[in-house]
Design a protein around this ligand. Sequence first.
Ligand SMILES: [Zn+2]
Length: 378
Amino acid sequence: MILNYRSIGELLIETEGISDKSSLEYKRFILGCFCSELVEYQKTDKDGGVSIGNILQLNLDTACSTAEFSLAEQLDPYRASEIMLFKKPAPNDPNIFGTTNALISIVAFQLWHSLDDATMKQVKWTRPGKAAEFKMFMEQIRDCFFVKTRTGWLLNKDLLVERQREQFPTPEEDERYQTQGTNAKYNDLLKSDIGNYHKQTLKELYDQNQGFALAIDGKYLHQGEYAREYLDFMYHKTVEGRYAKKIGGVCHLCHSEGGLGEEVFLKQKFFGTTNPYYFDNFSKTKTYTSFGICQDCDNKLVVGMTHAMNNMRFKVLDLSCIIIPEIDHVSGMVNQAELRAVERVLDQRAGRKDMIDREINTLLNLEKRCRGLQHALL
Ligand SMILES: [Zn+2]
């Protein structure tokens, strides 16, 4: 099954015409798979209507040295690749993104923490001459708009427009913070204060299903002057960095010998005692003995899995399932409408013989094109 995901990813990357792995288009496409699916921001109103949340933007105005929250835009599925609303790949990773699902990471400028000298050297910059300039720019932003706290940085309350200052935390002057014994407790308090600030002071802008974006002079980081550097850096942190240690071995998927990933993030978990890849036994600490993949297969997998989650997901007998066709270069990509035939047949009810016969015909045609179909229950 996992090989089918890889084939889907391979085909999509080819179709996009972005096989040059050092190009920004390729990096942007792979990074797109680490963005939130906008359905996560969907909400159902009291009268049953479905709507998608919006983006709360923190804009830093460098000319006036002011900061202001505003509603930027509605999350539109057709603009998802432009908005690039990231979410961290694993729960314990730092949230370093400039557009993301947590307000705290924006107001605490968490992006800054991983921009250290060692990382600066490891990133494969598209424009090497601009890297130092990018770092200097980020340093200027940090020094101008953020103040040092015990555990990191926080937006300088005094720079916020006046009507948005109330309740914004100031840990250095607030006794409640001085009495927190551990950094974890200190951060928990900060998170809770930011949560209250969001709901109360920003109540006009508050929405339960919001994304958050840091903008500098009205532009998101992935759209501004240093967009290339920001994306190079994000690509390194989320994708390339896991291969920096050059752990030698054989890729379990393509059997090529070379560098394997230190950690494997799969969007779906695989279980099974008869699985030759021992997915039932993979863990962060045992990645390369239990399940090792090369970066190329890793990227194809993430593309394939993301596509399957969005386009091959159906409800059969009230169970959520993904229907994965075995595709190759000859069969080409299968569209969602064709796969609906599988859903309808599996979900059949009595008294619909003619219709089911027709659906089976569609399936037989599909099978001729795709050599086989595999059904995976989630
Ligand atoms: Zn491989």
